[in-house]
Design a protein around this ligand. Sequence first.
Ligand SMILES: [Cu+2]
Length: 343
Amino acid sequence: MQKNVHHYVIMSVLVIVVTILTYWGLNVLGLMPVQASSQAVQIDWLFDIEVKLIAFFFALIMVPLCYSLVVFRQKEGDETDAEHIEGNTPLELTWTAIPLVIVIALGIIGADNLRQIKTVDPQAIEIKVIAQQWKWLFQYPEGFSSTKLYLPVNQQVDLKMQSQDVIHSFWVPEFRISQDVVPGSIEDYRITPNLLGNYKVRCNEMCGKNHAYMESDVLVVSQADYKTWVGTQALSAKATEMASAGKPDAGRGQTLYQESGCPACHSLDGSKGIGPTWKGLFQSQVKLTTGSSVLADDAYLTESIKLPQAKTVAGFSVNAMPNFSYLTDGQVADLVEFIKTIK
Ligand SMILES: [Cu+2]
């Protein structure tokens, strides 16, 4: 035994060195994007503990393995058997007890971490997020919506997220937290951005053909810039609303057609998609699944957008068209006006 002590000393030193090198190497790789939320700080703190443990256990396994391969390899001409070892109770107890303690400790630290991340600020700004194939729409409490998410720095926001169609997932890597958005329920996503900058929200749940392109700008701005932005947006929304009072506009309808995701199902050139084409739709006779026909006038088009399940076009499935309940009456009128122009 005495003459083997130096092996343990060498291996211990090597374990320490390899642990430090592995931890340093993982950090140098820079796998993490910047921390842009106070929640990210918490999450990274926990992650760092885990990376340190990972580095240590990696070294603890790899060092004795490689050391044995080199130092204790079979000597030339040595035909004897190796020593037979029948278990080692103290060792087995140790390597059961230590990981048990570590896992329980990590569980407790993790639960506390989660509690801190989920802290609710009653002053949080509530922004509605609408996910759909394949874009994000953000509705602000001041009564306007935006395709870009502006957030004030150092202020908690409570994103109330819902999906129009399939499961999406809201993910800003710099904020760290990712949250699924499941159709039929509203998910809460609380975040406190703490670093000015431009980021991107990406969909983190495979949601169909253009999933990879489902991203929007996320701009974290100063409190003052945020107030200014909200002010101008609210004003221009008011102006648009006043202008549109009583007179629908095909130009705005075209923009809505693009922004609301209608092109995914409705073509303008006569080709059949998931939904019927809009070419020549206005004033045509539309065959329904009931066998009867209906004239595609203003009333029918309006109803088709507001209550898609009311009448179903022959050859299409009943629930294929999502509900666009967030569209205002004025916006629906704009869309109808646009459909009228597709001859
Ligand atoms: Cu998606």
